[in-house]
Write a protein that binds this ligand. Structure first.
Ligand code: HEM
Length: 535
């Protein structure tokens, strides 16, 4: 299996003065010499130059200043969301070619490529608990022969919102209170205030507060967003990617979570790989033609650009195309996990984004945050650098830490020493000229269809025990909500899911919820239930 995720050193591109990253990654203490960062040997790390025996330290002592000033700058900003995470490296292999649907090189028969994967929680800081009730991030960097393709996914198929403008608002309610600096574990007022004003979140809230809210190591992954797969002829389909855990899934209850250490998931992954017990996932796709997408909207009012909904699996079964395994622990957490930069806009020919507005916003957000968090040349860092069989050339130059700056190659489109271009692989007009008219509605309108999937969860998926745990989880969490009206509103939203659910929650919280959402107004959502909704 291909391993070692670092780019092989390219002496022609890097020049001899650049050090070999694999060598750095595999650093040991054998045959080493202690030096300051400019390479000058020093006899001992604890030496400091001072005036006499008890005098002040000297400014000329670069060795000490270099050490301390570098230490002062060790931290980079943590990720604004998904700050707590761990990961590993491995490989992907195609088991069933999918070149009928996508021209992506990695989907051809027999293809293999290295991958790096990062798992995370969402709301907590870098040191927060792995067993938090929270969705889990599941990001994969496929290092294909046509560039890096990042799948930046979660462990749940649905999401809290379908309007990207709500994301910063929503996330702020998952973080600390600006005054008390408490999280929603101690004060859940902001948390429920947001959700009770944005009822389209209810599907994901049912998952979060149910048994799937605290995964224990083993989990599936879901792109959530609709993507487009494009083949050589320019024909395309809508597609949803699923990563099916070969280990199955495992979840724990709220009470159980107290029994696990804060870094449990990280330790579990590391130890499994050390033991040779390599975790693996099947890569599967659901496929839908543009016509089927329109029919789904007509018949079931499922908008495939709406991340709060999922594609019915009976109608759109999973097609397995490949699998990946994690078989290599990182050597250096900071270099290989903290600096790794996933980005839904890192796509390769044959995989395109759909018009889903949340996905479209993410295409902007991730590279933007990487430039802030890591720097403008974040893609040159060893863990992010593409490993392609051709020599990359473009017109990006300079900036902080430009250590691959393309030598003397012309920094403009030169006629004197032209670079090579690949022929356009498909008919772009065919790929980009079609959008579903009817499926694009006011993003934030709440409609009866929004409650169908949550209702199935309550009525068909949750058994008696799961229902009881759900009620306990929600009422326990609501016990720190300081405003009763927020609870009344949220109960009304749950009543649209099921009268039984609402009644049980009323009993558990001691709060009588509003009767119906029909007369409620929301500060973030047009109420499609109101009498004048059609106006
Ligand atoms: C991380 C923005 C929705 C999955 C992040 C980060 C930002 C962000 C800024 C930090 C990235 C970094 O510093 O490296 C957004 C915005 C969203 C959105 C603006 C909606 C408008 C989603 C959705 C999913 C998702 C819908 C999953 C389907 C992830 C994952 C990470 C992440 C897995 C962690 C990446 C890693 O492991 O480094 N998001 N996000 N996000 N997001 Fe989102």
């Amino acid at each position: 299996a291909p391993s070692a995720t670092m780019p092989a050193s390219d002496s022609k591109q890097n020049g001899d003065i650049h050090r070999d990253y694999n060598d750095d990654r595999n650093a040991t203490s054998e045959d080493t010499l202690y030096t300051s960062a400019n390479g000058a040997p020093y006899p001992h790390p604890y030496e400091a130059q001072r005036v006499g025996e008890n005098g002040p330290l000297l400014l000329q002592d670069f060795h000490l200043i270099d050490l301390i000033s570098h230490f002062d700058r060790e931290r980079i900003p943590e990720r604004v969301v998904h700050a707590k995470g761990g990961g590993a490296h491995g490989y992907y292999q195609t088991t069933e070619p999918m070149d009928d649907l996508s021209m992506a090189d990695m989907f051809k028969a027999g293809k293999k490529c290295p991958v790096s994967v990062r798992f995370s929680t969402v709301g907590g800081e870098s040191g927060s608990h792995d067993c938090a009730r929270d969705p889990r991030g599941f990001s994969i960097k496929f290092r294909t022969e046509e560039g890096n393709w990042d799948m930046v996914a979660n462990n749940t198929p649905a999401f809290f919102l379908r309007d990207p403008a709500k994301f910063p608002h929503f996330i702020h309610t998952q973080k600390r209170d600006p005054q008390t600096h408490l999280t929603h574990a101690d004060d859940s007022t902001m948390f429920w205030d947001y959700l009770s004003q944005n009822p389209e979140s209810v599907h994901q809230v049912m998952i979060l507060m149910g048994d799937r809210g605290i995964p224990l190591g083993k989990m599936h992954g879901y792109a959530g967003h609709t993507m487009k797969l494009v083949n050589k002829k320019g024909d395309w389909v809508y597609a949803q990617m699923h990563m099916k855990s070969k280990q199955g899934t495992d979840f724990i209850t709220q009470a159980d979570s107290a029994n696990y250490s804060p870094d449990y998931a990280q330790k579990d992954l590391h130890n499994a790989i050390e033991k040779g017990d390599y975790p693996g996932w099947d890569v599967c796709w659901q496929i839908m033609t543009p016509k089927e997408a329109e029919e789904l909207w007509e018949k079931e009012k499922i908008n495939i650009f709406d991340l709060t909904h999922v594609w019915p699996q009976k109608q759109f079964p999973l097609r397995k195309v490949g699998e990946f395994f994690l078989n290599e622990n990182v050597k250096n957490y900071f270099a290989e996990i903290e600096q790794i930069a996933f980005n839904p806009a890192h796509l390769v020919p044959g995989i395109e984004p759909s018009a889903d507005p949340v996905l479209q916003s993410r295409l902007f957000s991730y590279p933007d945050t990487h430039r802030h968090r890591i720097g403008v040349n974040y893609q040159q860092l060893p863990v992010n650098a593409p490993r392609v069989p051709y020599r990359m050339a473009n017109f990006q130059r300079d900036g902080n830490m430009a250590f691959l700056n393309q030598g003397s190659r012309a920094p403009y489109l030169s006629s004197i020493s032209p670079i090579q271009f690949r022929e356009r692989s498909t008919d772009l007009d065919k790929v980009h000229s079609h959008f579903i008219g009817g499926a694009i509605t006011f993003l934030s309108e709440i409609r009866p269809e929004d409650f169908n999937a949550p209702r199935i969860l309550w009525e068909k998926v949750f058994d008696d025990g799961a229902k009881e745990r759900f009620i306990n989880n929600v009422s326990g969490h609501m016990s720190t909500c300081r405003k009763e009206d927020i609870i009344k509103r949220q109960i009304a939203i749950f009543r649209e899911v099921s009268g039984d659910l609402a009644a049980r929650l009323e009993k558990a919280t001691g709060v009588k919820g509003h009767e119906s959402i029909a007369n409620m107004t929301f500060n973030g959502t047009h109420n499609g239930f109101a009498k004048d909704a059609s106006k």
